[in-house]
Write a protein that binds this ligand. Structure first.
Ligand SMILES: [Zn+2]
Length: 77
């Protein structure tokens, strides 16, 4: 299960490899200009974006997505 997830750690929008997020543990990040800052939480496989168009594009691809800043999300936990 974990191995399968790691294989899929490419950005579903621009197809770039996701990088480790230096600010947040357990997050990967893609900073491609085409979609702005996009974070991926490895804990539950959800993407985080503050851009509604990017969120829609991810939903169309069958991905789970939260339209919020994960820094706020992490603080809530
Ligand atoms: Zn990307």
């Amino acid at each position: 299960m974990t191995v399968r997830l790691w294989v899929e750690f490419k950005c579903p929008i621009c197809n770039q490899e996701l990088e480790d997020d230096r600010d947040l543990a357990n997050f990967l990040v893609c900073k491609n200009n085409s979609h702005g800052l996009l974070r991926f939480y490895t804990g539950d496989g959800c993407f985080f974006t503050t851009d509604h168009k990017v969120a829609e594009a991810l939903l169309l691809k069958g991905r789970k997505v939260h339209v919020s800043d994960p820094k706020g999300f992490v603080q809530l936990e």
